[in-house]
Each structure stands twice: as structure tokens, then as C-alpha cells.
Design a protein around this ligand. Structure first.
Ligand code: HEC
Ligand code: HEC
Length: 267
């Protein structure tokens, strides 16, 4: 029974997230966020992918993943959250710490930084906060947060389920499913610009050995935001347009991204 309730709640929350995303969609320049088909089997990875988009729009004016500045870099936040949690005291989990950092930022200031981060529950619905937490977990770690995990959000006063009141949205268009990573690689034209098993340099760098030089989140980021970091010696602006024109971004679901990145990282 509990599972059924959880699945229901989860579906509800995830619906709320994507309704929210549909609303911020027009503000994201250029490309739509990855579509995620939600339902009882929606995974933490799907949440994380949605959270990555929210991060781009709501957080990058202050935080980068790697450059220290006015705000701490968050590239290793998934791993760091565990040690911060220990610092915060017994009973704190990594998720608790991340939720606290988002909803009650003044309660704990990272050494050397000012109290300037706005509490995020004013700008985001609970489901969106969950997506961001799952995304932060993937930075140096793995996403474990599920849509049903709401205790930490309640603990820090940002947990009213479906607080936006519009959790009913279920109308995400179902697009032609993407096949296996190999099929996606061929279908979206990656092969035209990248070699995978040889050192040959085409329009883009070879991705041979990519798993050895890039973390999974870096690979995902290189695909979702090709122009955010440019591989040495190559030009910006080519890849994103080329794969967007083949509907890459609108057809890949969270699960597809995960399978694709897992596959690439074995290369
Ligand atoms: C106005 C600038 C600003 C914005 C916008 C902002 N932050 Fe922050 N954030 C900070 C500052 C400054 C700190 C360090 C002080 C503190 O701990 O609050 C911080 C701390 C954090 C920490 C803790 C870092 C650590 O090393 O423990 C996390 C996690 C975090 N922010 C995530 C986010 C996320 C996710 C968003 C977007 C949803 C966001 N922040 C938006 C300024 C900002
Ligand atoms: C029109 C040519 C083109 C297409 C098509 C293309 N890419 Fe790229 N890609 C590039 C170029 C140029 C770069 C280097 C510039 C940059 O980092 O954005 C790059 C960079 C990358 C990187 C980062 C590599 C590194 O060493 O930092 C990854 C990963 C990647 N592409 C994956 C893909 C995947 C997966 C596809 C298919 C879905 C794809 N690319 C399709 C041109 C392309």
C-alpha cells in the first residue's frame, strides 16, 4: 500500500516539476530543456536532468561549477555534501545539507562567503527544488533523491507537496522514442563530427577514451550545453545547432541521457 501511495505522490510531484518547467521554458534561450517522460518509474536521474536546466537558469549568475568567485564553485557538491553534513551534526544527511543550503542558506555559511544567497523556495516550487537537489548530488556523486523523498524539504520549511497548486499537468508530448545509445549516436549525427574508436580528428575532437578524461557529469554537460566549455583547439557554436536540428534535445529523455552518457563513458 505504501508503495502505491508513494508512486502516486511521486507521479504527482514529477508532474508538478514538468508543469513548472513548461512555464520557464520560454525564458530559456534557444533550446527546450530535455523532455522527461514521467510516471511511476521516473528515476533520480530524470530529476537530475531537469534540475540541471533549472540550475542553468536560476543559479549560474552566481555559481559556476569550477571558478571560485563571489560564490563557492559547485562542481564537487555531490561529494562535498556528505562531509558538510557531518560538520552540521548527527542526523544530517547529504540531502539535508543540500536542502538547507537552498532553503535556509543563512543557517550555515560556507567559510569565506557572505550571506547573499536568496532562499530558493520563493523562486521555485517544491518539485523544482527536488530536481535541483538531485542535480547537485550528481556533481561528484550519484543522484539518490526520489520524488517521494520529501522529509528533508519539510524539515527546512520548503516541503509542501505540489505547493504550486498546479500539479495536474500531464500533457508532455510523446515523441518517437530514442533507441539504444548506438542508434542515437548514428541518428543524431554524432559520427559525422566525432570518431569514437580511433584518434581521427573530424570537425570535433575524437571521443575515444572520453570516459578516462571526463566525468559523467562533464560529458552530460558537454552534450546539453556544448558551448559552456569548449574543447581546446575547437570552435564553439557548431555542435548545438547541428544536433538540435535533428531534434536531439526534444527527443532525449532523462533515461536516454543516462544510458547515452553511461555508454560514452565506457569509450
Ligand atoms: C546571489 C547569488 C547566489 C545565487 C543566485 C545562488 N547562490 Fe548558492 N550560494 C551563494 C553564496 C554566496 C554561497 C556561500 C554562502 C552560503 O553558504 O550561503 C552559496 C552557497 C551554496 C551552496 C553550499 C555550497 C557549499 O560549499 O557547501 C549550495 C549547495 C548552493 N549555494 C546552491 C545554489 C543553487 C542550486 C542555486 C540556484 C538554485 C544557488 N545556490 C543560487 C550565492 C548564490
Ligand atoms: C557539427 C559537428 C558536431 C556534431 C554533429 C556533434 N558534435 Fe560534439 N563537438 C563538436 C565540436 C566542434 C566540439 C568541440 C567544441 C566544444 O567543446 O563544444 C564538440 C565537443 C563534444 C564533446 C566534448 C569533448 C571534449 O573533449 O571536451 C562531447 C562529449 C561531444 N561533442 C559529444 C557529441 C555527441 C554525443 C554528439 C551527438 C549527439 C555530438 N557531439 C555531435 C562538433 C559536433
Amino acid at each position: 500500500m505504501k508503495t502505491i501511495i508513494n508512486i502516486f505522490l511521486f507521479t504527482f510531484i514529477v508532474s508538478a516539476i514538468y508543469t513548472g518547467i513548461a512555464q520557464i521554458l520560454p525564458q530559456i534561450e534557444g533550446k527546450p530543456p530535455p523532455k522527461v517522460e514521467f510516471g511511476a518509474n521516473t528515476s533520480p536521474e530524470d530529476l537530475a536532468v531537469a534540475g540541471g536546466d533549472i540550475f542553468e537558469t536560476n543559479c549560474t549568475q552566481c555559481h559556476s561549477l569550477s571558478e571560485p568567485g563571489r560564490c563557492p564553485p559547485l562542481g564537487n557538491m555531490g561529494a562535498l555534501a556528505h562531509s558538510r553534513a557531518r560538520e552540521r551534526g548527527p542526523g544530517f544527511t547529504d540531502v539535508d545539507y543540500l536542502v538547507e543550503a537552498l532553503c535556509k542558506p543563512s543557517d550555515y555559511l560556507v567559510d569565506g562567503y557572505g550571506d547573499i544567497m536568496p532562499p530558493q523556495q520563493r523562486a521555485m516550487k517544491p518539485g523544482q527544488l527536488q530536481a535541483v537537489v538531485a542535480f547537485l548530488q550528481t556533481l561528484g556523486g550519484d543522484a539518490t533523491l526520489k520524488g517521494t523523498d520529501i522529509e528533508a524539504f519539510e524539515k527546512f520549511g520548503c516541503g509542501a507537496v505540489g505547493g504550486g497548486g498546479d500539479g495536474g499537468g500531464t500533457a508532455v508530448a510523446t515523441l518517437k522514442p530514442v533507441g539504444s545509445p548506438e542508434e542515437a549516436w548514428a541518428e543524431f549525427g554524432c559520427e559525422g563530427c566525432h570518431s569514437l574508436d580511433t584518434d581521427e580528428v573530424k570537425t570535433g575532437p575524437t571521443l575515444k577514451g572520453i570516459g578516462g578524461r571526463m566525468e559523467k557529469w562533464e560529458i552530460l554537460d558537454a552534450i546539453i550545453n556544448p558551448d559552456a566549455t569548449i574543447a581546446d583547439g575547437f570552435g564553439a557554436g557548431m555542435m548545438e545547432g547541428a544536433i538540435a536540428a535533428r531534434d536531439f534535445y526534444s527527443r532525449m529523455s532523462g533515461k536516454d541521457y543516462q544510458a547515452f552518457v553511461d555508454w560514452l563513458s565506457t569509450k
